[in-house]
Design a protein around this ligand. Structure first.
Ligand SMILES: [Fe+2]
Ligand SMILES: [Fe+2]
Ligand SMILES: [Fe+2]
Length: 416
């Protein structure tokens, strides 16, 4: 897949999660950096492996974007550590291309004494990740008062002697804290990502993982995206789009609402019509998607994302472009997104049945918002398309249910 480079996958994932919570991502980036330097100093890793671990380090608290809710940072990292560890583990295991390393997330708050009793392939990396993140948390909480000697009290309980010696040596040699304070580390981390390498299959899975990140805010948005992707695929078949264009439409549909992660839940979940100001704010989600996607993704895919609220008569937003400036995949996503809004549950409206959905679509054609070219195949194949949509949505709901069940089971196992 040449729509996105491996390095841009890292940058895009980081910036998408930053939309949900800047502080967690800042901690993730610093931890990823310290972790990378510890592994570098310990030796034995190729550059691309260091880059992969640094990416995992940056995402180590991915579960917290879902579970921390209103918790203070220190609260979920030092007091109530299990929910974000377990959720992050399940997210990695089922919804990411890093399932093989998901246990690193599960155990990233375990003391070394306990870790030794639960040996697994990545015990060493898990201990170093745990050390990296504790160092960052203590530095952020204690400020000037922080000193590595404070970690002496954890020797052979929380951390092994060799890890404590490693961090001492790493700091002396690489001046990691100075680099963090001057924010120099970010450039270094970005540069390291020149070495990260993903296969096309992994790239696809990362793109899908980004769509699953919408679920950190609201599970309905994942169901909506899956519905929308499915309708796009079905319409693409019926409109005879070639393979390459269909693929671009797929990624456009997958990522089209990423910017919604920056919109406050009170607005997304409002059980009433939005005020004028709220509508303006809601509409900024397209520009927010543009900010994180531009220069990182194929231009055509970006164009499809940016045009998903445009209408052929120029009455859409944000650019008010007209049909002449639209490609076929853009017009397909516009219809698919609208059908999704009609048939799926929204806080402010009822689900529409087939007849009402079809008459709404016909009205949209008469208002010159959509062309018949796209709407007709949608109407003609309505039942077939809905059958596929229902299947895909059910799969998502089943996965969600499985993860919820396992979340409680794993928490119980670890005494929560
Ligand atoms: Fe954590
Ligand atoms: Fe952390
Ligand atoms: Fe949207």
């Amino acid at each position: 897949m040449d729509f996105i480079s491996s390095k841009n996958i890292f940058l895009l994932t980081r910036d998408t999660l930053k939309l949900i919570d800047r502080e967690i991502m800042k901690h993730g980036s610093r931890t990823g950096y310290i972790f990378y330097k510890l592994l570098l100093e310990s030796g034995g890793y190729e550059k691309f492996e260091l880059a992969e671990w640094a990416m995992l380090g940056t995402l180590h608290d991915i579960g917290a974007y879902k579970t921390n809710l209103s918790d203070e940072f220190v609260q979920f990292e030092l007091k109530n550590v299990m929910p974000h560890s377990v959720y992050g583990y399940l997210f990695f295991k089922y919804l990411s291309p890093m399932s093989g390393r998901s246990k690193v997330l599960l155990y990233h708050h375990l003391d070394v004494a306990k870790l030794k009793k639960t040996p697994f392939e990545y015990s060493k990396e898990t201990e170093l990740l745990s050390l990296a993140e504790k160092v960052d948390i203590y530095r952020m909480t204690l400020g000037e008062k922080f000193d590595l000697s404070l970690f002496e009290k954890f020797r052979d309980t929380k951390f092994s002697s060799s890890s404590l010696e490693l961090i001492q040596r790493t700091e002396e040699k690489h001046h990691i804290f100075e680099k963090i304070d001057s924010e120099e580390f970010e450039k270094e981390l970005d540069h390291l990502m020149d070495y990260i390498m993903f296969t096309n299959e992994e790239k696809k899975k990362y793109m899908e993982m980004l769509m699953y990140c919408l679920g950190f805010r609201s599970q309905n948005q994942v169901v909506d995206s899956v519905t929308c992707v499915c309708i796009c695929e079905e319409l693409a078949k019926r409109l005879f789009l070639d393979e390459k264009t269909t693929e671009k439409l797929y990624y456009g549909a997958l990522l089209h609402d990423l910017g919604m992660l920056a919109i406050p839940s009170e607005i997304i979940d409002a059980r009433r019509s939005l005020t004028e100001d709220e509508t303006v704010l809601m509409r900024t989600h397209v520009g927010i998607s543009e900010n994180i996607l531009k220069n990182r993704l194929d231009e055509e895919v970006l164009g499809i994302v940016l045009a998903h609220h445009e209408r052929i008569d120029g009455s859409g937003y944000p650019q008010c472009i007209k049909e002449n400036d639209m490609t076929l995949p853009m017009k397909i996503l516009q219809v698919a997104d609208t059908v999704t809004a009609l048939i799926n549950e929204r806080s402010y409206k009822q689900v529409l049945g087939k007849d009402d959905a079809i008459s709404t679509l016909r009205k949209e054609v008469s208002l010159n918002h959509f062309t018949k070219q796209i709407v007709e195949p949608m109407i003609v194949s309505y039942d077939d398309i809905m059958q596929k949509v229902n299947y895909e949505s059910d799969e998502i709901l089943k996965m969600n249910h499985k993860m919820e069940k396992q979340f409680h089971q794993v928490c119980e196992k670890y005494g929560m």
